[in-house]
Design a protein around this ligand. Structure first.
Ligand SMILES: Cc1cc2nc3c(=O)[nH]c(=O)nc-3n(C[C@H](O)[C@H](O)[C@H](O)COP(=O)(O)OP(=O)(O)OC[C@H]3O[C@@H](n4cnc5c(N)ncnc54)[C@H](O)[C@@H]3O)c2cc1C
Length: 439
């Protein structure tokens, strides 16, 4: 599998992350000769519950970012499975209301894609641990279980579940795509070349393909599109107005979690699981809405009672207090991904006020007065949206031979984590490529 056969292909899929594994599998099942190129490694930690994004991780790329005045780094999975190999693993489907803005036809397309994704991934519910039970008790009727991509105590990635190599896909790891190749030279250059004919790897190896499908994640795909001048040629807003779910982390006093553990059955979900890994970081969330704001905006809040302190879930992270998350799920703010892979995260004052109020409300209801830390959910999406940069089938408008099928395509973020949605939408776009015999 690794370092596998190179050579030209009907379809080159760039990135063996969440979307890339889905697309590669489905196209190979339909008879295409598919080459799946992954910049990262062949293996990531199999332990469910662990997020291998800490210092020293060998399976993430780190992208410089700003969050207001603060500089930070965004880790993204760089291994087969992509960010799904290092994420929190919670798999919530979008609700119909989340898809309203996506346009006619999407509720049905989404439902079919989700059913296909569910057959492969089979997410499962996890027991409610003591911290989740403590938070849920404070918000009766507001708690929702969030299934996990895991089986027998082990993480299940899209690479495991869709098994592209098992369908005959040629998988190459350590194969970073540097740029797209265009017939006749650069897009928008003299002569106005318009057809993508393959890719060039970091080591100058050129690979020809009838169709290139970008699944390099919101940041990686933006870098490749901007590097090709797609924005200049077509006036496309690539990398503009990306969305993220801002999150505030609320310290839970150590004494209080101990009391919660004792009172609600320590060990029900906070200890090592059967496989010796950790329980899922998040088994349940609490959903709240705040009072209506200007222009009818109702801030939707997701409270995340993380099962363990982050240093227990993130290898190499120094000790931090146990924290719960309070995230804004329908933010107004929009950010930007730049051509060098750096990111300006959204920083909207209206979002900040709503989130601060929500966090104060949650703290009061829980009877705590903890320190609050600004954070982000790692849910960045929408850098090349369907309907703006892409047509309904994921084709980049104004050029030929290149499509996008990853988190970049989402017209808007769902009011939950995007992982399951990325998989469902990739299923939908792959089905369209098959129906159109895109190669
Ligand atoms: C730390 C973290 C926690 C998260 N927790 C959750 C959660 O609990 N629930 C949830 O719903 N969502 C979560 N997410 C978000 C979710 O994982 C992503 O939305 C999803 O994985 C995006 O899928 P993708 O296919 O767009 O990109 P990815 O899964 O990131 O895959 C992109 C792949 O492309 C590869 N690649 C990039 N550039 C190149 C190149 N030039 N050449 C070749 N290969 C390349 C990368 O190495 C990577 O393997 C989390 C994300 C992170 C980072």
């Amino acid at each position: 599998m690794t370092g596998g056969p190179g050579g030209d292909a009907d379809v080159v899929v760039v990135g063996a992350g969440a979307a890339g594994c889905v697309v590669a599998r489905r196209l190979a099942d339909a008879g295409a000769d598919v080459l799946l190129l992954e910049a990262g490694t062949a293996a990531a930690t199999p332990l469910a519950g662990l997020l291998d994004i800490g210092p020293g991780s060998r399976v993430v790329a780190r992208h410089p970012a700003t969050l207001g005045d603060t500089a930070l780094e965004l880790p993204r999975g760089r291994a087969v499975g992509g960010s799904g190999a290092v994420n929190g693993g919670y798999c919530a489907p979008a609700r119909p209301a989340d898809l309203e803005a996506w346009g006619q036809g999407w509720p049905r397309r989404y439902a079919v894609g989700l059913a296909r994704a569910a057959e492969r991934l089979r997410p499962r519910l996890a027991p409610m641990g003591p911290v989740a039970a403590w938070v849920a008790a404070a918000f009766p009727g507001r708690v929702a279980a969030v299934p996990q991509a895991r089986s027998d105590g082990r993480r299940v990635t899209a690479f495991d579940a869709w098994d592209p190599a098992g369908a005959g896909v040629r998988v190459r790891t350590g194969a970073a795509v540097r740029e797209l190749s265009w017939a006749g030279g650069a897009v928008g250059g003299t002569g106005g070349a318009r057809r993508c004919v393959g890719v060039v790897l970091d080591d100058d190896e050129a690979i020809a393909a009838r169709q290139v499908v970008l699944c390099a994640g919101t940041i990686g795909t933006t870098v490749l599109l901007l590097g090709s001048g797609i924005d200049r040629a077509g006036g496309h807003p690539v990398g503009h107005r990306v969305q993220e779910h801002p999150e505030l982390l609320l310290d839970v006093p150590a004494g209080l979690t101990a009391v919660a553990d004792a009172g609600l059955g320590a060990g029900a979900g906070a200890g090592p699981d059967a496989a010796g890994g950790l329980p899922p970081l998040l088994s349940h969330v609490v959903r709240l809405d705040l009072p209506v704001r200007e222009r009818g905006w109702v801030p939707e809040i997701e409270v995340r009672p993380y099962a363990v302190p982050m240093h227990r879930a993130i290898p190499g992270l120094g000790e931090v207090p146990h924290r719960i998350g309070v995230a804004l799920m329908n933010p107004l703010g929009r950010g930007r991904v730049h051509a060098d892979g750096s990111v300006d995260l959204p920083d909207d004052p209206g979002d900040a006020t709503a989130l601060a109020e929500a966090t104060a409300f949650v703290a009061e209801r829980l009877g705590i007065d903890g320190t609050v830390t600004r954070s982000t959910s790692h849910h960045l999406s929408g850098a090349a949206r369907v309907g703006e940069v892409l047509d309904d089938s994921g084709r980049v408008l104004g050029v030929e031979g290149v499509r996008v099928a990853d988190a970049s395509v989402l017209p808007s973020l769902p009011l939950c984590g995007p992982y399951y949605t990325v998989l469902a939408v990739a299923e939908d776009l792959a089905a369209r490529m098959v129906a159109e015999r895109a190669w």
